[in-house]
Design a protein around this ligand. Structure first.
Ligand SMILES: O=C(O)C(=O)[C@@H](O)CO
Ligand SMILES: [Mg+2]
Length: 293
């Protein structure tokens, strides 16, 4: 007998969510967002850049609230000044490589299982091929250092509508880089929002490439708000993830539609509407079960 709607919900319940505390709960200082995520029911968080607080302060806060930090980025240049990654910048190689050590210091202290690299915008006057070669060399070094620490490395395509000139703006470009680096520690960060903004079909691309995905993030498109506020079919995507046996993390990385105080909490209803859970509990039944609608 084919599985029905209830079976889909059972399978989806095994998907593991992490709250991205760079975008969620953003009406309070960064470290206090761990408590806010825990109060909202999350047991895992991710953070774009944890570096404004010492790793020891993060460790204390995570321990206090029983929360895991499951991903953060390598340093990516001067974000506040508008930089969006330096990994493809030929004149910033020393800075990128110093950032590997800094990120690994946080990740090892905080038992973070994976780090993400922001490739960057092709700098003016630099040929695209040179930027790509720089990125590949930097990723080889980063992947080797991460592997030695037992940590995974991720490369995230980011749409070039929001960040014009971003080098790795599609899954295809990211896959080309992965092939050239050819290191088992390096996998794709599949951010559903960026995929959709570049015109990709998230469900089709997931089915084609899930085997090389190490981390998922999502927001709806085009507004980058909560799932179920835009055009992406999150139910179909969640079911595709279940069918393909996805057991990794899904970072809820979106701009709450109601950004005013309490906006994050008020907007979390999509989790239950999709049959997901805020607390990550790998013991829940259903992981990897087939689900045909
Ligand atoms: O923008 C995203 O998407 C991210 O995941 C960030 O970490 C980088 O901007
Ligand atoms: Mg992302």
């Amino acid at each position: 007998m084919p599985a029905g709607y209830d079976d889909c919900l059972t399978a989806r319940a095994a998907l593991r969510l992490a709250a991205n505390v760079s975008l969620l709960f953003a009406d309070r200082p960064l470290l206090q967002r761990v408590a806010a995520a825990a109060a909202a029911g999350f047991t895992a968080v991710e953070c774009q850049f944890p570096y404004e607080a010492p790793a020891a302060a993060w460790a204390a806060e995570l321990r206090r609230h029983g929360v895991r930090l499951v991903l953060h980025n390598l340093p990516a240049g001067d974000w506040a000044a508008g930089e969006r990654g330096i990994a493809c910048h030929p004149d910033r190689v020393a800075e990128f490589r110093a950032g590997i050590a800094r990120a690994l210091d946080y990740a090892t202290t905080l038992a973070v299982p994976q780090l993400n690299v922001i490739a960057g915008v092709v700098p003016p006057g630099v040929a695209r091929g040179v930027a790509l070669a720089t990125l590949v060399d930097n990723l080889r070094v980063a992947a080797e250092a991460c592997a030695a620490a037992g940590i995974g490395l991720r490369l995230e395509p980011i749409n070039s509508l929001d960040i014009p000139g971003f080098l790795v703006d599609t899954v295809d470009v990211a896959l080309e880089v992965l092939r050239r680096v050819d290191h088992p520690a390096l996998q794709l960060q599949f951010d559903v929002y960026h995929v959709a903004r570049m015109g990709g079909d998230p469900v089709a691309l997931w089915r084609r490439h899930h085997a090389v995905v190490g981390h998922v993030q999502w927001a709806d498109a085009p507004g980058r708000h909560e799932p179920l506020t835009g055009a992406i079919d999150f139910a179909a995507l969640a079911d595709a993830m279940c069918e393909t046996g996805w057991t990794g993390w899904i970072g809820a990385e979106y701009l709450p539609a109601d950004a005013a105080s309490g906006g994050t909490e008020r907007g979390l209803g999509w989790i239950e509407r999709l049959g997901l859970h805020r607390a990550a509990d790998p013991g829940r039944a259903g992981a990897g079960e087939g689900c045909k609608r």
